[in-house]
Design a protein around this ligand. Structure first.
Ligand SMILES: [Fe+2]
Length: 231
């Protein structure tokens, strides 16, 4: 049976968020569509197009012809959207003691959405075909910040990550050092955009990230996609 769907853990009255698996000829009224799969997603009917692995698009009355697993996410209520912390989202400072005490960055519930098998070198685009596939647990969450928020420079993650812009306009920025004056790359993210992976694989379950941060130019909701090594 194709098109098995359920709500994601962070779906609420303000944000529709669905996971659909084994997707075939699935009509999308209006949503950011994220390809949560190491294989291509095919959109369209008369003129099919390919959305590569771990990339995204916005469909408005469009069709997903075929995909392994997708997230469909849309902010449907803007009024009081910034009340995210009042409806269960957690301030990151509650989880990380060293997080700046003045930074309004809030995290939704996590959704554990299954396993994915991929070669980490293929995920990072350092290799084009699987040579050392391994199993990861995929975890999704949303982030919320108001406009002009510096979401903290960091360079460590025990997982592979990318982000998709869901609402507003933000940037993924890279730095030579833990200092915003050393910026060397500034990737704009408008609604529906996913940045390319930017970690490098350095060994088994080992990767390095440059110093990086998300910067919210406007009020922003964005999706984190994390692949955690299994076991
Ligand atoms: Fe990060």
């Amino acid at each position: 049976m194709p098109n098995i769907k359920r709500d994601l853990a962070f779906a609420d009255d303000f944000i529709t968020a669905e996971l659909v698996e084994d997707v075939q000829d699935y009509a999308v009224e209006d949503a950011v569509v994220v390809n949560l799969s190491p294989r291509p997603m095919i959109t369209g009917t008369d003129h099919p197009a390919i959305v590569p692995a771990w990339k995204s698009t916005v469909l408005k009355g469009g069709v997903i012809a075929k995909a392994e697993r997708v997230a469909l996410i849309k902010v449907r209520r803007v009024k009081n959207l910034g009340g995210a912390p009042l409806r269960g989202w957690d301030w990151l400072g509650n989880r990380i003691r060293s997080f700046p005490r003045d930074t309004p960055l809030y995290i939704s519930a996590f959704d554990h959405c299954g396993e994915v098998t991929t070669d980490p070198f293929v995920f990072t685009n350092e290799r084009s075909t699987d040579q050392t596939p391994q199993v990861f647990d995929m975890r999704l969450n949303l982030w919320w910040s108001p406009s002009d928020t510096d979401c903290f420079i960091h360079n460590e993650h025990p997982f592979l990550e990318v982000h998709t812009q869901i609402h507003g306009v933000g940037r993924m920025q890279k730095f030579r050092e833990n200092d915003e004056a050393t910026l060397y790359e500034d990737i704009p993210l408008s609604e529906g955009a996913t940045h390319d992976p930017f970690c490098r694989v350095t060994g088994e379950n080992q990767w390095t990230y440059p110093w990086h941060r998300y910067y919210a130019d406007t009020d922003c909701v964005w999706l984190a996609i994390e692949l955690h090594p299994k076991g």
